[in-house]
Design a protein around this ligand. Structure first.
Ligand code: HSE
Length: 433
């Protein structure tokens, strides 16, 4: 084979980064690795990008068709995002025997079984490192570096927008909306930022990691997801006073059953000594635990032009190496199938410590019934904080609990909220060890 020709569909931020890195590394790939990778075609609906992105003499088109129809293209790089046109293009490429590299987390999380089945039927592969954590090699670490392990847990901060918002609310006292606007201006928020702050983006990435490490398929829709919109500046400040920091966490934990995983996405309080508590601004981190290796921490930029392009290029070179070695489907994905669905543990069965913020009237006989009701449900109090408030009819009472089952906790809160001294919905944030 004379070389490896790629076609890029979508010349947005990541596409531009891929073009730049390819140009910069071309001689290393060709001369040192013996893998001449050429950008043969590009496609974008916005023709102005053919001028603003340095695509050289690559053939240009406004649809993906010419790329799919060109028999000399070996690898299609899908960078348009979404699950409609992108799904058609990816399936179309696989059906005509082309390998696919994609950054599309929603596509893999929601349509993974269909896509991997198409790849296997056609003897080609789908690589998606850039879909999870941008430049951090999370997928390669799970699929290859930790192959000798049972991965028993993953804790991850994997949405830069949420981490940026929470960091800037804490350190600069920025209101939520202003912090989100800054994240959008910096360019790492999704086109629809509701996916970021609502937790969906983290959910997509967690679904992919959970599927890979379980050897099954964890449907995105089965994952309990809470975003950060209900986290107030007050909670962040109280957490700080108590020695904690609030982060949006993706959590995957093995359970006693090989067919069930504890998978969830929600705000969590981390003690300031926790290794993930220092992951700030738009940075991402994945803390993996394997039964052989122990803990591995990946830390880096999960979004942006060059970090995400770095992951795409890594995949392109992997595919080229596979083709060169005549092992195009080096890592079969048959387990990622609709027949291998993993169960997710209901949140009611989660056992955790909790931060509770009650909003109550400042009068005698309030703390005692709260403590009694928690006790009646088997929930033990670890610490209590009440600050004097200027409003006598709305003061916050903060309680940190010892480990408790969520079903019992929710029942206790319902009972407490049915009293006449509670003035608002109780804030509940899980504490992760
Ligand atoms: N919107 C994502 C983030 C970009 O904020 O991390 C990468 O998926």
């Amino acid at each position: 084979m004379a070389g490896y020709n790629i076609g890029i569909v979508g010349l947005g931020t990541i596409g531009r980064g891929v073009v730049k890195i390819l140009a910069r590394q071309q001689s290393f790939f060709t001369d040192t690795l013996g893998l001449p990778v050429t950008l043969k075609r590009v496609a974008d609906i916005d023709e102005s990008r053919f001028e603003s992105v340095p695509v050289g003499d690559a053939a240009r088109s406004t649809t993906a068709d010419p790329i799919l129809k060109d028999p000399d293209i070996h690898i299609v790089v899908e960078l348009i995002g979404g699950t409609t046109a992108a799904r058609e293009i990816v399936l179309g490429a696989l059906r005509v025997g082309k390998h696919v590299v994609t950054a599309n987390k929603a596509l893999i999380a929601e349509h993974g079984p269909e896509i991997f089945a198409a790849a296997e039927q056609n003897g080609v592969s789908v690589y998606f490192e850039a879909a999870v954590g941008g430049g951090m090699p999370a997928i390669k670490t799970i699929r290859e570096a930790m192959i000798g392990n049972d991965i028993t847990s993953v804790k991850t901060i994997i949405n830069g927008t949420c981490n940026y918002v929470l960091t800037h609310m804490e350190t600069r006292g920025l209101p939520f909306d202003a912090a989100l606007r800054q994240a959008q201006e910096a360019g790492f928020a999704e086109a629809d930022p509701a996916l970021d702050i609502g937790g969906g983006d983290t959910g997509h990435k967690v679904a992919i990691m959970a599927s890979l490490l379980s050897g099954g398929y964890v449907p995105y829709g089965d994952i309990p997801i809470e975003g950060i919109t209900a986290v107030s500046a007050e909670d962040i400040a109280f957490a700080r006073d108590l020695g904690y920091r609030v982060k949006l966490l993706g959590i995957i934990k093995a359970t006693d059953s090989a067919h069930t995983l504890d998978v969830r996405v929600h705000p969590a309080m981390l003690h300031l000594d926790h290794i993930l508590a220092s992951v700030s601004h738009e940075y991402n981190a994945v803390l993996l635990e394997g039964d052989a290796v122990g803990q591995i921490l990946l830390y880096g930029k999960g979004a942006g032009e060059l970090p995400t392009a770095s992951a795409i290029i890594s995949d392109v070179i992997d595919v080229a190496r596979n083709i060169a070695g005549s092992t195009p489907v080096r890592i079969p994905m048959g387990f990622y199938s609709a027949g291998g669905i993993m169960k997710t543990r209901p949140v009611a069965e989660v056992v955790s410590r909790y931060y509770l913020r009650f909003t109550v009237v400042d009068r005698p006989k309030v703390l005692a019934p709260i403590a009694a009701t928690l006790g009646d449900h088997g929930i033990s109090i670890a610490s209590v904080l009440q600050k004097e408030g200027s409003l006598k009819d709305r003061v916050p009472v903060i309680i940190l609990t010892h480990a408790a089952r969520e079903a019992g906790l929710r029942a206790a809160i319902t009972a407490i909220e049915n009293t006449d001294f509670v003035r608002d919905k109780t804030q509940v944030i899980r504490i992760e060890e």
